[in-house]
Design a protein around this ligand. Structure first.
Ligand SMILES: C[S@@+](CC[C@H](N)C(=O)[O-])C[C@H]1O[C@@H](n2cnc3c(N)ncnc32)[C@H](O)[C@@H]1O
Length: 264
């Protein structure tokens, strides 16, 4: 296929349209930008439909190999001029390689099957925080991230990039507060809320797996309904003048405490 030099090309426009959540939802795909993410998608066996690439900007053998692997797995390779790629890229991607990937539709498991931890959050606002939570859950041996209410989209370009590829391996489940509440009871996990005003120091809580770490939104914190689901609400003691930590940082500390407690 010849190199595409027009920003108005139909395939290019269809990929550019994936900046829009409605379009991502309608087509069930998202765009993952950067060589690292495309490699992680290929490694995880994600459903790569198309790879968009600027051949003259491929710098390393690994980047060329990933295009070959995606082609061998059935993806179509669309070669474009640098200015065409730049017109699609959300944040400017010096690698100039990106993939249109099919999203999975994960569901909440009926019963525990060896999971150590889950992160759950209601109405998270910032896609960067969400991507960081997905990445951190992966790093701490977690099973995935459960979102309820009007949460940020896990397939937003910023969330995908901040996940550093964990979006392809972690389960990401979007649900409603009432479905989530019914699920935690059925599943039988210990629910650990996190709040600056929690009543237990997070280093003294009990983390018998599986645990669901329930964090509040950036703006509102844990709601009353969420607190009612918790077996324990933990706080990370702070000594400075701020009244709270960043959501992803607070959740990360508790996730790693859960990992430590279950490794001991
Ligand atoms: C920016 S904070 C929300 C602040 C909100 N005003 C409140 O009082 O919870 C976002 C979330 O991070 C977690 N968090 C922040 N600081 C924490 C701390 N010191 N201990 C435990 N969790 C914390 C909580 O889940 C909180 O809902």
């Amino acid at each position: 296929m010849p190199l595409i030099t027009s920003k108005a090309n139909e395939q290019v426009r269809a990929i550019r349209a994936l900046r829009n959540k409605r379009e991502r939802d309608r087509r069930g795909v998202f765009f993952a930008e950067g060589a690292r993410l495309v490699m992680e998608a290929a490694r995880a066996g994600a459903g790569i439909e198309t790879v968009l690439v600027v051949p003259e900007r491929l710098r390393t053998r690994a980047e060329r190999d990933v295009v070959g692997r995606a082609r061998a797995a059935g993806a179509s390779i669309v070669e474009v001029a640098p200015n065409v790629y730049d017109s699609v890229s959300f944040r400017g991607d010096p690698d100039s390689i990106g993939a249109v990937v099919r999203r999975r539709h994960d569901s909440l498991p009926e019963r525990p099957a060896g999971e150590l931890s889950w992160v759950a959050v209601h109405e998270i606002q910032h896609p960067g925080n969400l991507g960081t939570l997905i990445r951190t859950s992966d790093a701490a041996g977690g099973a995935g991230v459960i979102l309820s209410g009007a949460s940020s989209d896990p397939y937003h370009p910023v969330a995908v990039r901040s996940s550093l590829g964990a979006i392809f391996t972690q389960r990401v489940i979007e649900t409603t507060p009432s479905e989530f509440a019914a699920w935690v009871k059925r599943y039988g996990a210990s629910v650990i809320g996190t709040s600056p005003s929690g009543d237990i120091d997070y280093r003294e809580a009990s983390y018998r797996a599986p645990v669901v770490i329930l964090s509040g939104s950036e703006r509102v914190g844990l709601t009353k309904a969420q607190q009612a689901l918790c077996d324990q609400v933990v706080r990370i003691p702070m000594v400075g003048s701020v009244d709270s930590l960043n959501l992803s940082i607070a959740t990360a500390l508790v996730l790693f405490e859960a990992l430590r407690a279950n490794q001991a």
